[in-house]
Design a protein around this ligand. Structure first.
Ligand SMILES: Cc1ncc(COP(=O)(O)O)c(C=O)c1O
Length: 397
């Protein structure tokens, strides 16, 4: 007798998680963390810091003043503020009214884009390791994610030759997070240009997800692929307020679309959720304003200090690090322990109460690395160092 699941769920959902994430490892580690009296958890991608006071005030004011109606096409004031930011900080110009599509978090951008451009069986390239939501959005649109291997030794930047090797007649696009989650990769301009050249050669779309754009360190600067020559018709930029502006629960994201695609993308986004919350969009306007500048500069410094302290501690323990330049999230190289990342993760939680995912949770190429999310303050990072020192010493012995 067939079960309801067999009757109603398409095969791509019957085998569990369509994103291909290693759920059993995650579940095991979550359970172990729950059993510890005082775990230090570096797993969630949700910044512990919150939105700027100006953003909060603007949202409350919008609620009080009844600015609570549908903002069907996205709040014009928010689209104008984003367009000004794109021009000033990201180096490209767009028509705010037609090319910026405000969504419920950037997650909805990926969903809307793939629902729009994919036919069943179409392929979309992404990285390994990758933010698993991208593969989930591809599968939900009946597409097939194809993974391009990346390596910690190359600071997780994809090699355009490896991308080219995986292009088939079914390939429609390449989606990648730059700066990277889980990796902290920050793509160099020449890499972005080489990827864009592939888009022209094979007539593909490039979909950079720039949600972490403010978090780049070690003297690097984030480059938006859309600012490169030839990007106009081949690049859809995904971005939002969740990470760079510490506004995860506000659910405000945006896609910057080529002109030829924008109208259809609007239709699909409308079918998904009509529009994003209006008071939250007013908050986002304030997050982009000068009134929030000092606050977000402080956020940047805070995550930078944590990053420095975190990696310095491991260097001192003899587990030498050469982290990718992204921040707030990134990877810890544990290859010197000669154990699998999952074994190290289990040891960290069991012997020190430190919960960090193995990067294999985000793809096979994460082997030998853990994925960190610096969502605890410097006191807790020092405490993490104290607890892990003897554990790491034993692993390296
Ligand atoms: C790279 C990346 N893109 C997109 C998202 C989705 O974020 P949101 O929908 O909150 O904008 C996340 C969330 O963790 C992410 O890490």
């Amino acid at each position: 007798m067939s079960t309801y699941a067999e009757r109603f769920l398409p095969p791509r959902y019957q085998s569990g998680d369509a994103s291909g994430r290693a759920n059993s490892d995650r579940d095991k580690l979550v359970k172990m963390a729950k059993e510890h009296a005082d775990p230090i958890e570096l797993n969630s991608g949700d910044p512990d810091l919150t939105a700027s006071p100006a953003a909060v005030e603007a949202c409350i004011e919008a609620l009080r003043e009844g600015k609570t109606h549908y903002a069907m096409q996205g709040l014009p004031q928010l689209k104008a503020a984003i367009a000004a930011k794109l021009e000033k900080q990201n180096g490209f110009k767009v028509d705010a009214a037609s090319q910026i599509i405000i969504t419920n978090g950037s997650a909805e951008c990926a969903t809307a884009v793939f629902q729009t451009i994919l036919e069943p069986g179409d392929e979309v390239l992404t990285t390994d390791p990758a933010y698993t939501g991208h593969a989930g959005a591809i599968s939900a649109a009946r597409g097939t994610p194809v993974f391009v291997p990346t390596s910690g030794d190359a600071l997780w930047e994809p090699d355009p030759h490896e991308v080219a090797k995986r292009i088939t007649t079914r390939t429609k696009a390449f989606i990648f997070a730059n700066p990277g989650n889980p990796t902290g990769a920050v793509y160099r301009r020449e890499t972005l240009q080489a990827l864009l050249d592939l888009a022209h050669k094979y007539n593909l779309l490039m979909i950079p997800d720039e949600l972490f754009e403010r978090f780049t360190y070690d003297g690097t600067k984030h480059t938006s692929m859309a600012s490169l020559p030839g990007a106009e018709d081949h690049v859809i930029t995904i971005n939002g307020f969740s990470k760079s502006y510490c506004m995860t629960g506000w659910r405000i994201g945006y896609a910057v679309s080529p002109k030829w695609l924008a109208k259809t993308l609007y239709q699909v986004r409308y079918a998904l959720s009509m529009c994003a919350g209006t008071p939250n969009q007013w908050g986002a306007v304030a997050a982009l304003s000068d009134a929030s500048k000092d606050y977000y500069d402080g956020v940047y410094r805070t995550y930078g200090e944590r990053r420095q302290l975190f990696f310095d501690q491991f260097d001192e323990m003899g587990l030498t690090q050469r982290p990718a330049p992204g921040g707030f999230v990134g990877t810890l190289d544990v290859r010197a322990t000669k154990r699998s990342a999952m074994e190290v993760a289990e040891t960290f939680i069991r012997d020190a109460g430190i919960a960090i995912w193995p990067a294999t949770v985000f793809g096979r190429c994460g082997e030998g690395f853990m994925r960190i999310s610096l969502i605890v303050d410097t006191n807790r990072i020092r405490e993490l160092g104290r607890r892990l020192r003897p554990v790491v010493a034993k692993l390296l012995a």
